[in-house]
Design a protein around this ligand. Structure first.
Ligand SMILES: Cc1cc2nc3c(=O)[nH]c(=O)nc-3n(C[C@H](O)[C@H](O)[C@H](O)COP(=O)(O)OP(=O)(O)OC[C@H]3O[C@@H](n4cnc5c(N)ncnc54)[C@H](O)[C@@H]3O)c2cc1C
Ligand code: FES
Length: 244
């Protein structure tokens, strides 16, 4: 984990209430797919965790939805302003288990972390399929970005206003070697039930400190309690215990 002051170089709206922000800093290291950063915002007690969407040395891209005070504050920031960011948080996805034909399943703001994963898997020559789920057409983003990487892409909307009507689980391909997923909990539960292979789930739980100190994100797994911020946010399908 590293604390850095990063400069905003872009902050643009890309869908309804959804923004893409690019941050730069000379010391910024490349982040791993599935890792997250934790952002301090003026007047907010807790930092706000946001997944890494894309990353290279010196540059970090995040995509976030304005849902409350913190993220709305972020959406009003402009290029040239700076943010205090904890980087290098979380375990990230394990690419070594991808097999030849990995499937990526993202829902809403669970789509952003899958982009860097897709880019890395494509660089390894994998045949990547991405199914991106949203509520409605106005909320859709990312389709062209995944296509540009050479992924086979299906978009689903719950109301049928764009792409395939339904949820990501209504558009699962016949064959895939494993899957990687991130999205709201009801979607993750449906993915857990409907998929037939091993896979990795990223949980975007509410967090406190974000770096393992407060136990606020702890959840029960097959192998005992785990802190989502430290031993997660990515858990293997086989270790998940759903609590009602
Ligand atoms: C590891 C991790 C990665 C995340 N990645 C992303 C991302 O890439 N893009 C993105 O848009 N969001 C992401 N989130 C969720 C994001 O952290 C919250 O939306 C944000 O903290 C809300 O802050 P706020 O001050 O705007 O809202 P608040 O005022 O704190 O809350 C507003 C509303 O959002 C709900 N809310 C707050 N936090 C969460 C949460 N973690 N999950 C679901 N609902 C929440 C609250 O219950 C409330 O209804 C991630 C969360 C985690 C833990
Ligand atoms: S948020 Fe504090 S331990 Fe995970």
């Amino acid at each position: 984990m590293k604390q850095e002051i990063l400069k905003i170089t872009e902050n643009v709206r890309i869908a309804e209430n959804v923004y893409r922000m690019t941050l730069e800093g000379p010391e910024l290291e490349e982040q791993k797919p599935g890792q997250f950063v934790n952002i301090r915002l003026e007047g907010q007690f807790l930092r706000r965790p946001i997944s890494v969407h894309d990353s290279e040395p010196g540059r970090l891209v995040i995509i976030y939805k304005a849902v409350g005070k913190g993220t709305e504050q972020m959406s009003r920031m402009t290029a040239g302003e700076t943010l205090d960011v904890l980087t290098g948080l979380g375990n990230g996805y394990d690419l070594s288990k991808a097999g030849d034909k990995p499937l990526l399943l993202g829902g809403g703001v669970g789509v952003p972390p899958l982009y860097l994963l897709a880019r890395k898997l494509r660089a390894q020559g994998k045949d990547v399929t991405a199914v991106l789920g949203f509520n409605t057409k106005a909320e859709v983003f990312g389709e062209e970005d995944f296509k540009a990487l050479g992924c086979a892409v299906t978009v689903t909307t719950a109301d049928g206003s764009y792409g395939t009507r339904g949820f990501v689980t209504d558009a699962l391909p016949e064959a895939y070697s494993t899957f990687y997923t991130c999205g709201p909990e009801p979607m993750l539960k449906a993915v857990y039930k409907k998929t037939k292979t091993s896979g990795q789930f990223s949980f975007e739980e509410r967090m406190g400190c974000g770096f393992g100190a407060c136990m606020g994100c702890s959840c029960k797994t097959i192998t005992g309690y785990k802190r989502i911020c430290r031993e997660g946010p990515v858990l293997e399908k086989e270790e998940i215990l759903w609590e009602d």
